[in-house]
Ligand binder design. Structure first.
Ligand SMILES: [Zn+2]
Ligand SMILES: [Zn+2]
Length: 266
């Protein structure tokens, strides 16, 4: 699964780096962690080629270069979103059918009431992603050919499925009803830049979900989190955090530094 992710989502192929979901990759670094309950999950850093040094980005944001700011905002907002695709959390919750889990107790199994689950509905965290039609025209929105109509209906299902996965997987309330993931977060209606510091506040319209890349959610069909690291401090913090997973317990200090050194040289 990780190799498929690296090749098809990130664009790191056998023939070298190709344009992936976030651009052409320059380097990547990731580790798989095992949680206490034995589930595996991936922490992954991706460097994009053509990326300006972070201090240059900051300077250009502070110089109020509006074209640069516009293009950077468009790029970042194309990488992830902090809201649902088809409506508010309340609307998505109301739409997504809830199938109660049942315990198999043989003849004593309690019958599950699934009368409000639409015929043919499947929980998307238990199914494979649906590929878009392979052929369509230049401007599918304008066209009425069968391929373009299929594409547009695929896109509607894409958005509904992403929201369904988000509402099921990106929750945060534990059994005691307490939020475990720093929610609610601050709502930011539009991306903006503070010209005094060059700090960018990125659009975030839903306080109770983390930021996600819709295509990553759709293809992985589980809880995901996507962030754009725009400061040296956050890059170093994440490198440290990710490195920690491969250095827990048995590695000596010089090996920890060597792993971090190799990462910065990549
Ligand atoms: Zn067409
Ligand atoms: Zn929470």
């Amino acid at each position: 699964l990780v190799q498929i992710f690296i090749k098809h989502i990130c664009g790191w192929t056998e023939e070298g780096p190709k344009k992936g979901l976030f651009g052409k990759p320059a380097a990547y670094y990731g580790t798989v962690e095992e949680q206490g309950r034995k589930t595996l999950h991936l922490h992954f850093l991706l460097w994009i080629s053509g990326q300006l040094p972070l201090n240059t980005i900051r300077e250009r944001l502070m110089s109020e270069d509006s074209e640069f700011q516009k293009e950077l905002t468009e790029y970042i907002e194309s990488c992830f979103m902090g809201e649902f695709m088809t409506g508010s959390k309340e609307e998505v919750s109301a739409r997504v059918p809830f199938i109660p889990e049942f315990e198999d107790r043989g003849i004593h199994t309690i019958l599950v009431d699934d009368s409000n689950v639409p015929e043919g509905y499947q929980d998307p965290t238990l199914t494979m992603p649906e590929a878009p039609p392979s052929e369509f025209c230049e401007e599918p929105e304008m066209c009425r050919c069968q391929n373009c109509l299929d594409l547009l209906s695929w896109w509607e299902r894409f958005k509904m499925t992403v929201d369904d996965i988000l509402i099921r997987s990106n929750g945060c309330i534990n059994k005691q009803g307490v939020c475990t993931a720093r929610f609610p977060r601050e709502i930011i209606m539009n991306t903006s830049v503070d010209p005094k510091t060059g700090h960018m506040s990125i659009k975030k319209r839903e306080a109770t979900i983390n930021d996600v890349c819709p295509t990553v959610s759709l293809t992985n069909r589980c809880n995901t989190d996507t962030q754009c690291l725009l400061s040296g401090t956050s890059v170093k913090a994440i490198v440290g955090y990710v490195t920690d997973y491969i250095t827990k317990g048995w590695l000596k200090t010089h090996q920890v530094f060597s792993a971090a050194y190799d990462t910065f040289n990549k």
